[in-house]
Design a protein around this ligand. Structure first.
Ligand SMILES: Nc1ncnc2c1ncn2[C@@H]1O[C@H](COP(=O)(O)OP(=O)(O)OP(=O)(O)O)[C@@H](O)[C@H]1O
Ligand SMILES: O=C(O)[C@@H](O)C(=O)CO
Length: 426
């Protein structure tokens, strides 16, 4: 039997976020890093496959090409419905990539209609009258306003998406969503007749997402944050089951690698440092000056792994990061830190780390690629949007790894993550 749901995620932590919601709703999910080579098809035994791309901020043409490659592979696996996952804060610019990728997927699937909703109420992302809220504030008033690559200053998603697409963008508003699947389908029919190709869907609660999920049964393509995923498995008669999230038993040393500069991660790092546990700070300026900072971090880690977890971090508040970027250049600083942390992660695994927390989407991409990991089995949720995963290392060992989006996770995430793994193993 082929897979039911084929998913394309525009970044790595977003992919595990989506996979997590599907697993919680009972699907057996495999996450693949990049589009697999031909012939890997036989290896997949799952209800859903999530292909993790790094396509959020690359040029739109590259994002489209990568997404179409992923689509072709998912279709070859028999995917009955396709899910394009983007960020719950709708990270994009007028050049894309949400609009261009959505339209390319619609064209390739030969469909004239799809929905778009980044709503993820469990993490405070709600859509009301087409406007996206992050917690209690509109998107345009949130921290996303100052994002270096995708500054989000307009909270009205109908206009944000309209600026990125050739197709007309409409709205399925909350009064319709509250009316249930039939009412939503009637609204979809009316929008289609009016020539609308993509509809932003309101959702302020998980119940809204469940109703939307039922209504989009049979649409070849849905586009969303991870929230809509909770409403799709019932369309195939799949029900929540703890078996879906079962991972092999964990072992080995524990470590945390954090290159995220988000507000939530800053709080988590601070909390960890205050607890007095072993931690090593990676200073990008010392790396740029030619010091072997990765080597120093690994030497430090080696002497503390027995009483781990050990934290290696470059996480700093926004003003410090800005000052580093001012001296090195933003892209150069980012790449330098990603390369250093990826080397640290490799060295940690060589030194026996088999339980690894990684914070930051770009950082996760760099780490996972450096480790030679090609697929992740999704396990239990630590906090909304962040599950433990199991990967097979090139040498055959199992690595338990979690990829945390910058703004996800509670203040004690770095300790609660390991505690959950211990509980599951007990
Ligand atoms: N101290 C630092 N100075 C400058 N750049 C840094 C520093 N620490 C990390 N970076 C870079 O900042 C970027 C952070 O992006 P990343 O996606 O990993 O985390 P995030 O943006 O906080 O989280 P997310 O994308 O998951 O919301 C990376 O390119 C990283 O290398
Ligand atoms: O949807 C989200 O907010 C996350 O999964 C994400 O994509 C962060 O990069």
């Amino acid at each position: 039997m082929g897979i039911r749901l084929g998913c394309i995620a525009d970044d790595f932590t977003g992919a595990t976020d989506l996979a997590n919601n599907l697993v919680r709703a009972g699907m057996r999910v495999v996450q693949l890093i990049d589009v697999p080579p031909a012939g890997a098809a036989q290896a997949v035994d799952a209800d859903a496959v999530v292909i993790a791309l790094k396509s959020r901020t690359v040029p739109a043409a590259d994002a489209v090409a990568a997404s179409l490659r992923a689509l072709a592979w998912l279709r070859s696996m028999g995917a009955e419905q396709v899910y394009f996952k983007y960020c719950s804060t709708f990270d994009s610019t007028p050049a894309g990539n949400i609009g261009p990728v959505t339209e390319a997927l619609m064209d390739a699937l030969g469909t004239d209609f799809t929905v778009a909703t980044p709503a993820f109420p469990d993490n405070g992302r709600t859509v009301f009258k087409g406007h996206l809220f992050v917690g209690d504030v509109l998107l345009g008033d949130s921290g996303m306003r100052h994002h270096p690559l995708t500054p989000m200053t307009d909270s009205n998603l109908v206009s944000v998406l309209g600026a990125q697409t050739r197709r007309a963008v409409g709205l399925i508003d909350h009064t319709v969503v509250a009316g249930g699947a039939e009412a939503i389908r009637a609204r979809i029919d009316a929008l289609r007749e009016d020539g609308v190709g993509i509809a932003i869907a309101d959702a302020v609660s998980n119940d809204d997402l469940l109703r939307l999920g039922a209504a989009v049964r049979g649409l070849p393509l849905v586009t969303a944050g991870s929230g809509l995923a909770i409403g799709l498995p019932p369309n195939w008669g799949v029900e929540p089951s703890p078996a879906a999230a079962r991972l092999p038993p964990p072992g080995g040393h524990r470590a945390i690698v954090s290159g995220s500069v988000s507000v939530a991660t800053n709080g988590q790092v601070r909390r960890y440092l205050n607890s007095g546990r072993p931690a090593f700070r990676v200073d990008p300026l010392r790396v740029a000056a030619g010091e072997d900072v990765a080597g120093q971090a690994l030497a430090f880690a080696a002497s503390h792994l027995d009483d781990g977890p050990v934290l290696v971090y470059s996480t700093e508040p926004a003003d410090t990061v800005r000052s580093v970027q001012g001296r090195l250049g933003a892209a150069e600083a980012g790449e330098l830190v990603e390369r250093t942390l990826a080397r640290v992660a490799q060295g940690l695994v060589e030194r026996g780390v088999r339980r690894l927390v990684v914070a930051g989407g770009e950082t996760s991409g760099a780490v996972v690629r450096a480790l030679g990991v090609t697929g992740l089995r999704i396990g239990p949720q630590i906090d909304p949007g962040v599950p433990w995963c199991a990967a097979t290392l090139p040498g055959g060992d199992t690595l338990h790894i979690t990829l945390k989006s910058g703004n996800f996770g509670g203040p004690d995430f770095f300790t609660s993550a390991f505690a959950l793994l211990d509980e599951e193993a007990a």
